[in-house]
Design a protein around this ligand. Structure first.
Ligand code: HEC
Ligand SMILES: [Cu+2]
Length: 358
């Protein structure tokens, strides 16, 4: 008895260390996942573990449920494996007798078939329930309608009821208990497949040509949320970044009011505007209230109301703007805006003009 006990001590220590390492790992993963700040204003880290709207909460709850089930399976299988490895290890190197050979067991085979099938059915039904709950949400008449169109490599946002279009930075109103506000998204693509994803707000939705997919969200906290195109769509896919600004009703109303105005016409930058309208810029960009009607690139009517340039690639500063117009590929390789071969003087003028488009 005492000899056996001594024999077992080593493996026990190993099993103990393994269990400790596993718990440590689990706590690290847990910490990383749940330590996402939920009270800061800028949600710079896309994460499904910091939900801030209806669909994101459902996805979060579903994820926890799935992690609980799969985590339990992992722990049971892992512990059995460790137990078997230790308990039935070869103790005596000279002992080459075979263990008892067992062939077939209806009971065990039934168990390891039926139990996994049941688990998969439960996971499937729960997922389906959440899918339908998100899909069947009724859109109230007061919902904010936004059509999102994916382009290589930027986002177009149309506000059909409000009568304007913008790009890359989606602004929506905060939803509170007293004033619930749902943003209803219709999503499609102008070219290849893209996927619209802001993890804190909703799950991935494919953007495909000629087929409008729907999603909604009701953000419960003001701030800026980041997302990213989640479908490989070409060279610059990785820089197809996405920002959602959730604003209080007052801030949102002020933003809308500004967006509804035509582009500012400042006589001080008339020369720059002249460059913009006489070069091909105007055949790819819209500036409402001018002769620029091009639809290939982002609407620039209120370009300076955006914090970033070319879907989050750089801060929207005059210096970056200069670099961008001189050679878009330098700022965002693979971008579909051509370098327009303007002289430095023309670039300065056009930048001066663009910076008035508040
Ligand atoms: C062939 C069409 C085309 C022409 C011509 C063109 N652009 Fe663009 N422009 C684009 C596209 C496409 C984008 C989006 C690029 C991206 O983000 O990948 C863009 C982006 C921009 C942006 C950034 C917009 C934003 O919301 O971040 C500015 C500013 C801009 N263009 C200015 C100009 C100016 C000034 C000219 C003329 C000198 C010009 N463009 C000519 C297609 C064009
Ligand atoms: Cu994309």
């Amino acid at each position: 008895m005492s000899r056996r006990w001594r024999q077992r001590k080593g493996p026990r220590r190993i099993a103990g260390a393994a269990a400790y390492a596993f718990l440590l790992l689990l706590s690290c993963v847990g910490h990383a996942a749940w330590a996402v700040p939920t009270d800061t204003i800028v949600y710079q880290t896309p994460s499904i573990f910091g939900p801030h709207s209806g669909p994101a909460h459902m996805i979060y709850n579903l994820s926890l449920f799935v992690i609980q089930i799969t985590g339990t399976i992992f722990i049971v299988v892992g512990s059995l494996l460790v137990y078997v490895l230790v308990r039935f290890r070869q103790r005596d190197p000279n002992d080459d007798s075979e263990p008892p050979q067992i062939y077939g067991s209806t009971q065990i085979e039934l168990a390891w078939t039926v139990i996994p099938v049941l688990i998969v059915v439960v996971l499937f039904l729960t997922t389906a329930r959440f899918l339908f709950a998100i899909q069947d949400q009724k859109m109230p008449p007061a919902a904010l309608d936004v059509n999102g169109v994916g382009h290589q490599f930027w986002w177009e946002f149309q506000y059909p009821k409000l009568g304007f279009t913008t790009a890359n930075e989606l602004h929506v109103a905060l939803s509170t208990e007293h004033a619930p506000m749902i943003t209803s998204l219709g999503l499609l693509s102008a070219d290849v497949d893209h996927s619209f994803w802001v993890p804190q707000l909703f799950g991935k939705i494919d953007m495909i040509p000629n087929q409008v997919n729907h999603m909604w969200f009701n953000p419960d906290k003001a701030g800026m949320y980041v997302g990213q195109c989640a479908q490989f769509c070409g060279v610059e896919h990785a820089k197809m970044l996405l920002r959602v600004y959730v604003q209080t009703p007052e801030d949102f109303a002020a933003w809308v009011k500004n967006q509804q105005q035509p582009g500012v016409q400042d006589p001080a930058v008339a020369e720059g505007r002249q460059v913009f309208e006489s070069q091909a810029c105007s055949s790819c960009h819209v500036v409402r209230g001018t002769s620029a009607h091009g639809k290939f690139g982002p609407d620039l009517t209120h370009f300076m109301s955006r914090d970033t340039l070319a879907s989050g690639v750089a801060d929207n500063t005059p210096a970056n703007l200069k670099l961008w117009i001189k050679d878009p590929d330098y700022v965002k390789p693979g971008s579909l805006m051509p370098a327009m071969q303007l002289s430095d003087d023309q670039i300065d003028k056009v930048v001066a003009y663009l910076t008035t488009l508040k």
